[in-house]
Design a protein around this ligand. Structure first.
Ligand SMILES: [Zn+2]
Length: 454
C-alpha cells in the first residue's frame, strides 16, 4: 500500500534527514532504532547477556553518582557488583513517586554533560511528578516507540493521522509533522464536525495509518462507520489510555486492521507493545526490566495482575531503579511468542482507568483533557474528576500549600475555555483521594448509567 513517493521519502528520512537530526540534537535515535530492529530476533541467551550488561552498568552508575540509590543500597547491604541479573533486583527496595519527589533533584539526579529537560507529568496516578531527561534518554524511548510502530506495519515516509493532547503544535512539532507526513489532530476534538474533518483528510490524502489515544480513534471509527467508510487501513497503533474491548472491536471492524496497543509512561519509558499475536505485549527488554509484583512484593504468576515496577536500563540524568509506576498489568508466560520475537511478554494492562466525561452538548472529555490542563498547575497535588449528573462534574483536588481561590478560578476558566464550557464545575478540596481496591487512583469516574456505546 506504500506509494512510490512515500517509499522514496522514507529512504530520505531514514538514511539522510533523521540521522542528521540526531547529530544536531545530540541523540542517537536512528542508531538505536537499527539496533532495536535486530535485537528482538536474537536468541534468549544473547538478549539476556545484553540486558544484564546494561543492568550492571546502570547499578554501578546509580551507586556512584546518585545519593538516593547509594543510600538505599547501603541500607540494604547490597554492593553494586552483586546486582548481575533482574532476579538480583529483588534485594533492592521498591522506589515510589513520593520518595523520588521528596529527593528531587539534588539526591535523585546526576550530571550527564547534556542539557537536561524536565518532564512534568500527572503520570497515570493523577499526582504531579517531575523526571529529568536529556536528549540521549529521549532518543532511546523514541527509538523504541518507532520500533513498535514498525511492528504494527508503519514505515518512514508513510502518511498518518496522529491524535495527541496538545491543542496547538509548537513550531518544532509542526516541522516534525511535516517531515514525517503526520496529520496531527487534537485528541479532545471529538464532536462530529471535527471527526468528519479528520476522515475527509484521510480520504483526500489517502492516509492508511492511524495512531493515538484509544478513545479518540474509537470515536473516529464510529463516525467513519456512520458515514459508510469501507477502506481498509494498513496500521492502527494506540497508547495512553485504556483500550476497552468494544473500542478494539469497533476500530478493527471499521478499519479492517489489527489494533496494536503500546504501553509507555510519561516518565520517559516505553514499556511494551503488542506484536499482533493474540493480546500479547512484548516488553522492550533492552530498555527496561519489568517486574509485576503482588502486595507483598513477590513476582506474580503468569496471567496474574501485579504492580508495575520498572528499572530503566539507560541511566540518563535521573536513574530509575525498581520504580513503582502506579499501574497494574498482567504477567505473560516464559514461552517464546508465535511471532518469533524473544522479548519477554506481558498479558495485558488493567490499571488505566479512563472513563469519559460527556458534556450536555455531546462533547466527550477523555482523561488526557484533564491531565493536559491540570499538570500545568503546580498548586494541584493530585486530582480526580467525578461526573454524577449529565450537566455537572465534580473536581476533587488535593491542594499543595500554594493553592488558592484565585488558582481555582483560573483552573475552572481554563477547563471551560478548552472544552468543559457547558458543564457546571464544582470543586472540592480534599486531604486524600480514595484509591480503588487495586491501590490505583482513578482520574475520571463517570457515575452515569454505564452505556457500552459511550
Ligand atoms: Zn509476539
Amino acid at each position: 500500500m506504500q506509494s512510490l513517493g512515500e517509499k522514496a521519502w522514507g529512504l530520505v528520512l531514514r538514511n539522510g534527514l533523521l540521522p542528521i537530526g540526531d547529530l544536531v540534537f545530540g541523540q542517537r535515535m536512528m542508531r538505536r532504532l537499527r539496533f532495536l530492529e535486530q535485537a528482538p530476533w536474537w536468541d534468549f541467551e544473547r538478549l539476556a547477556a545484553e540486558r544484564n550488561r546494561a543492568l550492571q552498568h546502570l547499578v554501578q552508575v546509580a551507586y556512584a553518582e546518585v545519593p538516593l540509590y547509594r543510600e538505599l543500597m547501603d541500607k540494604a547491604c547490597v554492593r553494586p557488583d552483586e546486582i548481575q541479573t533482574p532476579d538480583d533486583l529483588q534485594r533492592l527496595p521498591v522506589v515510589t513517586k513520593e520518595l523520588l519527589r521528596e529527593n528531587y533533584p539534588a539526591r535523585t539526579t546526576r550530571k550527564t554533560g547534556r542539557r537536561v529537560f524536565e518532564a512534568r507529568t500527572s503520570g497515570s496516578t493523577g499526582t504531579n511528578f517531575r523526571v529529568a531527561h536529556d536528549n540521549y534518554t529521549a532518543g532511546w524511548y523514541r527509538a523504541s516507540f518507532l520500533s513498535a510502530l514498525g511492528w504494527a506495519g508503519w514505515r518512514f515516509g508513510e502518511r498518518h493521522v496522529q491524535t495527541g493532547m496538545a491543542y496547538a503544535r509548537s513550531f518544532q512539532k509542526k516541522l516534525k509533522d511535516w517531515l514525517l507526513s503526520c496529520h496531527y489532530v487534537p485528541a479532545n476534538k471529538l464532536d462530529d464536525a471535527s471527526l468528519d474533518q479528520t476522515r475527509e483528510a484521510m480520504e483526500d490524502r489517502r492516509i492508511n495509518h492511524l495512531r493515538g489515544y484509544p478513545s479518540s480513534l474509537y470515536y473516529l471509527a464510529r463516525r467513519a462507520r456512520e458515514k459508510g467508510w469501507n477502506r481498509p487501513l494498513a496500521s492502527l497503533v494506540t497508547w495512553g489510555g485504556n483500550l476497552y474491548p468494544h473500542y478494539r472491536r469497533t476500530m478493527e471492524d471499521v478499519f479492517k486492521v489489527r489494533v496494536h496497543d503500546t504501553y509507555g509512561c510519561a516518565e520517559g519509558i516505553q514499556i511494551s507493545a503488542q506484536c499482533g499475536c493474540g493480546d500479547t505485549y512484548h516488553v522492550h527488554a533492552l530498555d527496561t526490566v519489568l517486574e509485576l509484583l503482588d502486595q507483598d512484593g513477590r513476582p506474580v504468576s503468569p496471567g496474574e495482575p501485579g504492580h508495575v515496577v520498572l528499572t530503566r536500563l539507560h541511566p540518563g540524568p535521573m536513574p530509575l531503579i525498581r520504580y513503582r509506576v502506579g499501574d497494574i498489568a498482567r504477567a505473560g508466560t516464559a514461552a517464546r511468542c508465535a511471532c518469533g520475537r524473544g522479548f519477554p511478554t506481558m498479558a495485558g494492562i488493567q490499571g488505566r482507568d479512563t472513563d469519559v466525561v460527556v458534556t450536555p452538548s455531546g462533547k466527550r472529555l477523555i482523561v488526557h483533557f484533564f491531565t493536559g490542563i491540570l499538570e500545568h498547575f503546580s498548586e494541584v497535588g493530585s486530582f480526580q474528576v467525578v461526573q454524577q449528573r449529565p450537566e455537572a462534574m465534580l473536581l476533587r483536588i488535593k491542594p499543595t500549600p500554594t493553592y488558592s481561590k484565585t488558582v481555582e478560578r483560573t483552573l475552572i476558566g481554563r477547563l471551560r475555555e478548552l472544552g468543559a464550557d457547558d458543564l457546571a464545575i464544582e470543586v472540592e478540596t480534599v486531604t486524600e483521594l480514595a484509591l480503588t481496591p487495586g491501590g490505583k487512583r482513578r482520574f475520571t469516574i463517570s457515575q452515569l448509567a454505564q452505556r457500552p456505546d459511550r
